[in-house]
Ligand binder design. Structure first.
Ligand code: AVJ
Ligand code: FE
Length: 430
């Protein structure tokens, strides 16, 4: 995690812009053939993501805020995520890798000119406290995480930096596996956070009855018990749609797991390794998370329960940026950290590993908070509201610290599992 040594907001923004671009360029510093090919119909070719982040930056910073004439208006349609599906993108006349790099560099140069001139105290909501720069920085990091999912699906070894996890602290494994959160009112959603998305607002007060929530995410070892107990053979644990998914797709285990006798192996960025029992399970769908919870006599937390467990601060540990002993974020290593690795990242309630490691499925559909207003465009959040997407919380090992906080909401289809998704369980008070 890069902690830029900066004082002013403009310096901080410039450092964030530089860091995210370094990240995107590192992920795409690979053979052109790998960049332009489609590794899964679920994903864009990497070269699409690369030019798309530049086009998004052009639309929002250069045209909308800077009033600058479009650089390449003819490519807008190619990089509009709503015009072509991911599956169709390889057949489009996309910019090649070299062209994409020079296009995004050209945009970035002008963006730094806009940053230089802009008044960040302006009351215009795109300018105020640099919101538009937060928008493009978070957007690019989100696509970087998507690129990692694409690289994982490609199963090609050597494309992703392995890195090292921070040294392990003494884990708090002796503590009770569940934490009780008393009933009462809490404030859900983002208050002061300047770069929070529209879907995190407005902050609102909500009463929750008391409940219990797991101290840690569910581990591979615990999940393997569900598999061994015939979890995938028993429709009792699954919703009707989940069971239909299991049967039609023949799902038997998390994505990327393969069985070798009694042992489980997984493919991680093209390398085979035994499934480590003490890591949070990842690459499970909402259906699998929900079924495991029912098998375990529990349920998934609602997103309100998940957020309340963070204790009402920017992050569970407080308002300061994450440190290496609080959370596994920002691609330190290309994997989740073991259960219990971050006692210093605990919330005031004592709930751990809420931020980082794996995105956590919740029971909630992605919908608007009371009083929601779309900003700055309805295709970021609003068009996804309804009973199609489930909310995930907390970020994964692949999420950058600037693109996650206690109030941050991610969403996906309940079948999705190429994302770095896991879960923890909860239960109501008796
Ligand atoms: C919030 C991760 C679901 O990747 O579809 C990227 C983020 N929005 N470009 C996605 C996003 C526009 C979004 N998720
Ligand atoms: Fe996008």
């Amino acid at each position: 995690i890069k902690v830029p040594d900066v004082t002013t907001l403009k310096e901080k923004i410039a450092a964030e812009l530089a860091a995210v671009r370094d990240r995107s360029l590192a992920y795409t510093d690979i053979d052109d053939a790998v960049l332009v090919s489609q590794h899964s119909p679920l994903m864009s070719p990497l070269v699409w993501d690369l030019a798309h982040v530049g086009n998004y930056e052009e639309l929002w910073v250069l045209r909308e805020v800077g009033g600058i004439t479009p650089l390449r208006p003819e490519i807008d349609d190619l990089y509009d995520a709503f015009t072509h599906t991911r599956g169709d993108r390889p057949s489009l006349p996309l910019l090649g890798p070299g062209e994409a790099r020079s296009y995004i560099a050209g945009v970035r140069g002008r963006v730094l000119d806009v940053l230089d001139k802009i008044d960040l105290d302006d009351s215009d909501p795109l300018r105020a406290r640099g919101f538009v720069f937060g928008l493009v920085v978070q957007h690019e990091h989100q696509h970087d995480e998507t690129m990692l999912a694409t690289l994982q699906l490609s199963r090609q070894p050597g494309l992703v930096r392995e890195g090292d996890l921070p040294p392990r602290r003494s884990p708090n494994l002796g503590a009770s596996p569940e934490v009780h959160i008393p009933g009462g009112i809490f404030t859900m959603g983002a208050g002061a956070a300047p770069w929070a998305y529209d879907n995190e607002r407005p902050a609102h007060r909500l009463h929750l009855p008391g409940y219990w929530i797991d101290r840690f995410p569910v581990s591979n070892g615990a999940y393997a018990e569900f598999v061994a107990a015939g979890g995938y053979d028993d429709p009792r644990w699954w919703t009707p749609k989940g069971w239909e998914w299991v049967e039609t797709k023949g799902v038997r285990a998390p994505l990327f797991w393969t069985r070798d006798g009694d042992a489980w192996w997984r493919t991680r960025f093209g390398r085979e390794e035994p499934v480590p029992p003490d890591e949070p399970v990842q690459h499970v769908s909402w259906y699998e998370a929900d079924a495991y919870a029912r098998w375990a006599g529990r349920r998934l937390p609602t997103e309100a329960e998940w957020e309340k467990a963070c204790g009402g601060r920017t992050y569970p540990w407080g308002d300061a940026d994450p440190t290496l002993d609080q959370a596994n974020l920002g691609h330190l290593a290309a994997r989740p950290a073991p259960i219990g690795a971050f006692p210093q990242g605990a919330s005031p309630y004592g709930v751990e590993q809420l931020i980082g490691d794996v995105w956590e499925w919740t029971d909630s559909w992605f919908g608007p908070y009371p009083g929601f207003r779309s900003f700055p465009y309805k295709e970021y959040s609003e068009v996804f509201f309804g009973q199609e997407h489930r909310v995930l919380r907390g970020g994964s090992w692949a999420t950058h610290p600037s693109a996650v906080r206690s109030t941050f909401r991610n969403w996906d289809y309940p079948v999705r599992r190429q994302i770095f998704s896991g879960f923890r369980c909860a239960r109501s008070e008796d």
